[in-house]
Design a protein around this ligand. Sequence first.
Ligand SMILES: Nc1ncnc2c1ncn2[C@@H]1O[C@H](COP(=O)(O)OP(=O)(O)OP(=O)(O)O)[C@@H](O)[C@H]1O
Length: 226
Amino acid sequence: MSLLLDHVTLTYPDGDGRLTALDAVSLEVPAGSLAAVVGPSGSGKSSLLAVAATLVTPDSGRVVVAGTETSSLGPAQKAELRRETVGIVFQQPNLLPSLTAVEQLQVMAHLSGRTSRMARERAGELLDAVGLAAQAHRRPHQLSGGQRQRVNIARALMNEPSVLLVDEPTSALDHERGAAVMELLAGLTAERGTATVLVTHDRTHLDRADRVVTVRDGRITEEARV
Ligand SMILES: Nc1ncnc2c1ncn2[C@@H]1O[C@H](COP(=O)(O)OP(=O)(O)OP(=O)(O)O)[C@@H](O)[C@H]1O
């Protein structure tokens, strides 16, 4: 299931006028593919992710998440769609300090009404997939920054999302750990068939993306393959 933004325009109030954060942006990300979105600060990257996540409603244009056209959905339906089909990896892991890695993942599953057994099995499988099987019972302060980011990624995959939205995943990591996280995201995208959008201003790891698009002043342009 893919993600489609079709001529999406988003404006914010700006003094007496409006600031155009996204200007007729179109982007289609097929299942199993990773699109990197790069651009300078203030270009509209976070706005693009927020619209794709259905957290912000655009002024015009269509946002189709895993086959569901979102413009006619109410807030509760959007929340349900997000819970069921969208995984979000924020820049800062925002892990709960008192919970172990495996518990961070189990919390997600409980929120969507899965049984404890299903949650435990899936959490274990995902921690293994991100290379943290041995750290499953560690709390955030017992993990490195790179390991915390891996827990963050595994947590976003708990509910088997069709669409994975990732915000600056490598910005707090050194080069080697950043490269490993990108490698992991590309691998998970292909294995699990997510339509992944990764926003970054760090151009160092873009070779792992299937495609790279640039946002500048709210407009999107496709780059030649890196
Ligand atoms: N809630 C808001 N209200 C008003 N203007 C906003 C709001 N959010 C973003 N903007 C403006 O919209 C434009 C795009 O911002 P956005 O955060 O999407 O860019 P960005 O590329 O993610 O930047 P950064 O890399 O710094 O996070 C900027 O001019 C920003 O100031």
